[in-house]
Structures are given as C-alpha cells and as structure tokens.
Design a protein around this ligand. Sequence first.
Ligand SMILES: *Cc1c(COP(=O)(O)O)cnc(C)c1O
Length: 383
Amino acid sequence: MILKKYIKSSIKNIYINNKIKNRVAIDNSNPRFININNTSYLNFSSNDYLGLSHDKNIINSFIKGIKYYGLSSCSSTHITGYSRSHKLLENELSKWLGYESAVLFSSGFSANQSVITTLFNKNDQILVDKLSHASIIEAAYKSKAKFNRFLHNNLYNLRKIYNKKYNKTLIVTEGIFSMDGDSAPLTDIYKLSKELGSLLLVDDAHGIGIIGDKGRGSCYKANILPDILIITFGKAFGIGGAAVLSSINIREFLLQFSKKIIYSTAMPSAQAYAILQSLKFIKKGDHLRQKLNKNIKYFKLGIKNSSFKLLKSNSAIQPIIIGKNHNTLHLSNYLKSNKLWIKAIRPPTVPPGTSRLRITINSMHKRKDLDYLLDKLFEYRYV
Ligand SMILES: *Cc1c(COP(=O)(O)O)cnc(C)c1O
C-alpha cells in the first residue's frame, strides 16, 4: 500500500505541473516523416542528422553482418562476445580520431556511467557543465567522487569551484549541448584543464559525424585531444551504441574494472559491422553535411524575424524557448494538428522556466518542409 501511495502521489505531481511524458508507438519513420495511426507527420524531432538510419547500403551491411554472426553476441566481450568486427571498429575509430585506443559500449548512457563511476573515487572531484546530459550528471552524482557543477560554458566559474585538495579532477563538457544546440569553448577549456592538472572528458554525441573535417567532431575542429572522448552511434551514425576514446592505459583500466563492460552482453557483432559501414559514409559525407548546413542556415534565416525566443545555436538543434510547460505543450499540439512532429521538452530535462520546442533539422529535409514549418510557426497565435 505504501508503494502504491508513493507512486500515486509522485505521478499526480507530474500531471499537475504539466510534466507528464508520453510514449507514442509509431508505425514507422524515416528521416523526413514519422507515421502514426496512418497519419504522416513531418519529423523535426529526430537525431538522424544525416539520414543514415535508412541508408540502403548500411541496412544491407547490417543484414550481411547478421547472416554471418547471428543476431546476438551471446555473452559479454570477456567471454565470447568480442568479434573481429568489434576489434576492427575500435581500431578504425582510434585511427580516425587520433587516439591510442577505443572501447565500445552498447549505449552512450552506459559509456558515461562506466567512465565516470569507475575511474574516479572519493579522493577525486568531478566538475560538470550545468547543462550536461542526464547520463553525465547522474553518473557524477552516483560516483564516490565530490560532484560539483559549473555555470554553462563559464570558465571563471569553473576555475572558482575547482578545489586543489582533491587527488584527481575530471572536467566534463559536451561538444554540442543536446538541449541548447550551442557548443563549448573547447580550446579554452582544454587549456584550463591542463593548467589545473585535470583530466578532460568531452561527450560529442551531437558533434561526431557532423562537425569538423570529414565529420571528425567538435574536438577535431577545436584542435584538441581531450583525455577521454565519448562518441555515440545513435545520432549521426544512424544505428546505436557508443565508444570511449582514450589512452591505452584508461582503456585497460575500463576493461578490468568496468562492470558495464564485464557483466553486460556485448553490442551485436552485426551492429559493429554496420557501424563500420556507416563510418565509411560519414567520412565521405561532405555532401550530406553541406545539405544539413544549408538547411540549418535556411531555417535560422527564416525564423530570425519572428517573435520566438531562440538560442545561440548554429547546429542542427534549434530550440525555441517558450518558458511555461503549458504553453510549450500548446504549441507542440498545435504543430501536431498541422502534421508537424516536434516534442515539447520540459524540466527536469531543461532548467525550470525554459520549456522549449526542440527542433532538429536534418540533411533529408526539403526546402518545402522547412517552409511549411516556418509558415505554421508564423501563423501560430496562443489563445
Ligand atoms: C544521446 C546522448 C547520450 C546517450 O547516448 P545513447 O547512446 O542514446 O545512450 C549521451 N550524451 C549525450 C550528450 C547525448 O546527447
């Protein structure tokens, strides 16, 4: 009974504050459209920035991988779950990004959890940008280390909260912030981390494949090699999974001590095989990146003269800040009634009072899709 009461009151609270999150079962989707109950919506909520999730070549590689390896890895990498495709992918990624080594994870969430909770203990401190992804914040919070947050992209504040009494210090930031779409001052933060003798972790989930020469990401563009780089394959790569890039030492430590590696079934080998194919497309995907950037510029130009509050983002993530949860849901529902799929993002995912529409643009959107979205946004009146 006590549990039932607890659940009831927690959920009631969520309803009262317009924070309820709904899952919607979709029929299927592609980079442009999402189909639900035989209705087709223009999709401006997906992270499939280059449209690779539906690339025929990559799909065929996945199928070929399944035929060769079977569906599952059937055990963790330390038993029999580590294949030549995993190894080749780790090698290719480290070569591509200029690191000594890489290790694969089933998701970006588990990669962040693993690195942050295994490498740092009670004599250490972890300093995290306030707007970092939940997988980072939660890992730092759960780790035994002292956890502190610095104001978004604010290096004065970072320097201020740094406490030299700790053994090791880890500074964490992101290449492109997932809810704001802006980027971290990576060159300066790297310099500061060196000056303070800290380690730097950059999560580039939204930058890899998109930013920098041949899509090598935000760090490559900023000409830095952070001690630890996290990349994920569920966004621009169009598949799923993640990798941690680091020195051989750090990788060896993770392989020996990370429970998420040792006690979890390895990413299916076929998936690693498909990611290898996706990596080839990312490397030669300048035309896709050009198309994406054209679309982003077009949208930004179109929305500039509206009364909507925008953030300083040049990335595919273009949030419109509304403020109140109720008003954000109202706009999101209005767009939905006009066959546009854009989810309202509310606290605790974003800070209180900054509820927003998180619009994501991809390379497969057509000019007319963007025009339609802009038209509907300009037509919108809150009643
Ligand atoms: C999406 C995301 C993750 C989580 O990656 P998954 O592979 O989806 O678990 C981690 N960090 C950031 C910044 C992200 O945007």
